[in-house]
Design a binder for this molecule. Sequence first.
Ligand code: HEC
Ligand code: HEC
Length: 205
Amino acid sequence: MHRTTGVLLAALLLLIFLPGPLPAAGDPEHGQVLAEPCMGCHGIPGYRNVYPSFRVPKLGGQHEDYLVIALQGYQSKMRSHPTMQAQAATLSEQDMRDLAAYFASGPQPAAGEPVKTGRAAAGAEKVAVCTACHGTNGVSPAPNWPVLAGQHEDYLVHAITAYRDGGRKDPVMMGQAVNLSDQDIADIAAFYAAQEGLYTVSYAD
Ligand code: HEC
Ligand code: HEC
């Protein structure tokens, strides 16, 4: 190889493989400022999405890394939901980190013994396959797997059904949901909703 070509090639390769600037850790104070438009839905306990009707997810106590992954899912349209796609469309990676840091800045739910009484009882057996990633009581051990404990029951039904029926394209969860019946999903959602965990973050807190 000609010497200059070799040098040029090396320089080019260096450019390609040089890591880009990594986003800094999330700044919860800036996240709180960015979160203002979010609070009209996520900051009101029990606030509902219409068509279909389900309560908007609780973000308080959720894993920070997972919140970023979820926002990326709406931005890339791997998750279908026109309102959230519009909310995420113009967020930079750093904005997402800051928002996630704000919503995750409160108390973190503890992994404990699951509640298996009442309506949770029907789902207790059916979640055996989920616990490796989502924890025995729905508090996931890894930061990129969502906490499910205490999430709204109707939102959980909506989310699991979306992985099964194609509204959410995450390959891991599509495989998990493919064989669940509507009854299984209802029972599993009742189980996770009965656990202690997530909460609604509001400016009043
Ligand atoms: C008009 C109401 C509304 C507004 C405003 C809104 N959201 Fe949402 N958000 C929703 C709904 C409804 C969902 C569930 C969507 C779905 O079906 O996946 C959701 C889902 C999410 C999720 C996924 C949660 C999970 O458990 O996977 C995150 C994260 C999120 N929103 C963050 C935000 C942020 C950050 C903002 C502000 C920049 C915002 N949202 C603004 C209604 C809203
Ligand atoms: C191999 C690990 C793994 C297993 C096993 C698993 N999950 Fe998940 N789960 C994930 C990941 C990763 C996501 C985030 C996917 C995404 O980005 O949308 C997720 C997301 C979810 C969500 C969405 C949470 C939210 O806030 O929107 C629900 C609900 C859920 N899983 C329920 C289940 C149930 C029920 C089972 C068992 C039938 C299960 N998962 C098994 C890894 C797993």
